[in-house]
Design a protein around this ligand. Structure first.
Ligand SMILES: C[S@@+](CC[C@H](N)C(=O)[O-])C[C@H]1O[C@@H](n2cnc3c(N)ncnc32)[C@H](O)[C@@H]1O
Length: 243
C-alpha cells in the first residue's frame, strides 16, 4: 500500500491550513510569471493547493497515492490527475509552472531521486517556466526528531506523530515519521491507523548546486522571508528554467 493511503481519509482534518501554502505559490506566479496559464503540482495530495489555484485555466496533479488522488478528484474535478512517481515521470506535455509544496520533495529518499525529479521538471517546463517548491531543512528535521511526539485532537479522533532523525555520513539526514491515527468509533472505542513516512533532509548548498545547471534560482527564502540557512524551518524556492 503506498504511503499516505491509510492517512488519506484524515489528512485534511489533521494537517495545517493549506491557505498560506497556496498564497505563497500565487505570490511567486504573480511576481515571476503572471501570464502563466498551465500548472502541474507534484505530490498534489488531496488537491488542497490545486483547489486554491483555479484562476489558472489548466491544472494538473500527480501523486503516488491513489487514495489521496481520489479525494483530490472530488475537490478539483476540473484538474487532470495522474497516479505516478514524481522521481521520474513523462506526461508528454510542458507547463508554464511546476510546483511541489509542503515538503513533498523531502519524500524522495535519495538525493539521486531529487536530481532525477529536477530533470523531469526541466523536461516538463516551457522555456522560462517557473519551478516553485519548498523543503523541510536539515535543521527542522533534526529539531522535530528531538521533540516529543505531537498529539492533536481533531474532529473524528486523535493523531499522534512521532518523528525520529538520523544524520548520515554524507551530511544528509533521514527522518522517519510514525503517524498513528486513533479514529473515534463510539464511546471509548478507537480504531488505529498507522503509517510510516520517510523524509530526506539535504543541505541547501547541495540543493542549490543540483539546480544550478538547469535552473536559475530567482528567490530562496525562509519562513520569515529572509535568506534561509540549514537551521531555518523551511526553504522556499522559486526557479526559472534555463533553456
Ligand atoms: C505532505 S503531502 C503534500 C500534499 C499537498 N501538496 C499539500 O500541500 O497538501 C505529500 C504528498 O506527496 C506524495 N508523494 C510522496 N512521494 C511521492 C512520489 N515519489 N511521487 C508522487 N507523489 C509522492 C504523497 O502521496 C502526498 O500526497
Amino acid at each position: 500500500m503506498p504511503a499516505y493511503d491509510r492517512f488519506s481519509a484524515f489528512y485534511d482534518a489533521v494537517m495545517d491550513d493549506p491557505e498560506p501554502r497556496a498564497d505563497r505559490v500565487v505570490a511567486s506566479i504573480d511576481r515571476y510569471l503572471p501570464r502563466a496559464a498551465s500548472l502541474l503540482e507534484l505530490g498534489c495530495g488531496t488537491g488542497s493547493i490545486l483547489a486554491r489555484l483555479t484562476a489558472l485555466p489548466s491544472l494538473t496533479g500527480l501523486d503516488r497515492s491513489p487514495a489521496m488522488l481520489a479525494i483530490a478528484k472530488e475537490k478539483v474535478p476540473d484538474a487532470r490527475l495522474y497516479e505516478g512517481n514524481m522521481e521520474s515521470f513523462s506526461l508528454g506535455e510542458r507547463f508554464d509552472v511546476v510546483i511541489s509544496v509542503f515538503d513533498s520533495v523531502n519524500h524522495l529518499l535519495t538525493f539521486d531521486a531529487w536530481q532525477s525529479m529536477f530533470d523531469s521538471v526541466h523536461e516538463h517546463l516551457d522555456d522560462g517556466g517557473l519551478f516553485v517548491f519548498d523543503v523541510n531543512t536539515l535543521g527542522e528535521l533534526r529539531r522535530l526528531g528531538d521533540e516529543p511526539p505531537w498529539v492533536y485532537d481533531f474532529d473524528g479522533g486523535v493523531a499522534v506523530i512521532d518523528v525520529s532523525f538520523a544524520e548520515d555520513q554524507g551530511g544528509d539526514g533521514m527522518s522517519q515519521w510514525d503517524i498513528r491515527i486513533f479514529e473515534h468509533v463510539e464511546g471509548v472505542r478507537y480504531d488505529l491507523h498507522q503509517e510510516q513516512i520517510g523524509e530526506l533532509g539535504v543541505s541547501l548548498s547541495r540543493i542549490e548546486s543540483a539546480l544550478a545547471p538547469t535552473f536559475l534560482i530567482l528567490d530562496e527564502t525562509d519562513e520569515n522571508g529572509h535568506p534561509p540557512t540549514d537551521s531555518s524551518v523551511k526553504a522556499y524556492f522559486a526557479c526559472r528554467r534555463r533553456p
